[in-house]
Ligand binder design. Structure first.
Ligand code: RP5
Length: 185
């Protein structure tokens, strides 16, 4: 039985002998980005963040904690985390990013999760009251949240900056090769 008060899945991302990035368990003090999601049903969006963090070799932690249903767990998680940046993923009346930001001075990136309305979670994250800043990315854009977190950390991490530039270059090359496919098809 998992102790809900130790809900961390901490990973350190290392290339294996085939060069593929693998997530390994490590200590909670190693996470540089902490992903919180309001429900395990948000996992498809969180997976997009994790894929980017693995690719960029950024150790991360993941916790399921709801702003409304387990506010004590959210507070404990934030206060116990050594991460430099938080990614908070939630749908419906998505209070999670704002609540995370109320417990820390570290930057929080909110990811609205799509549902029946979509504007509910977008507005809940964007319309924070003055004094409690939360950065917002697009609906289900866990990938952009991870890239934004990486850019923040890369300000003081030149090795990460060069991995980010490689990622950027790969995207650029994909666009250019797709243009070739359009012309030849
Ligand atoms: C939000 O309510 C969660 O972030 C999730 O997006 C949504 C639905 O939660 P579940 O009913 O799947 O637990 O709090």
């Amino acid at each position: 039985m998992i102790n809900p008060y130790i809900p961390l899945v901490i990973t350190e991302c290392m290339p294996d002998d085939k060069g593929k990035k693998r997530a390994l368990m490590t200590g909670p003090d190693r996470a540089r980005v902490h992903i919180l999601m309001g429900s395990s049903s948000d996992m498809p969006v969180a997976s997009k963040s994790m894929d980017i963090l693995k690719r960029l070799e950024i150790p991360y932690a993941v916790t399921v904690a709801s702003a409304h249903r387990t506010p004590d767990l959210v507070q404990r998680t934030v206060e116990g985390s050594a991460a430099a940046v938080f990614i908070a993923i939630a749908g419906l009346s998505a209070a999670l990013p704002g609540v995370v930001a109320s417990h820390t001075m570290r930057p929080v990136i909110g990811v609205p999760v799509s549902g029946k309305l979509n504007m509910d979670s977008i507005l809940s994250i964007v319309q924070m009251p003055p004094g409690v800043p939360v950065g917002g990315v697009g609906l289900d854009r866990g990938d952009n949240a991870a890239l934004l977190a990486a850019r923040m950390i890369a300000i003081s991490d030149p090795a990460l900056l060069s991995r980010l530039k490689e990622h950027w270059e790969d995207m650029r090359n994909k666009v250019i090769s797709s243009q070739g496919e359009v012309l030849s098809g």
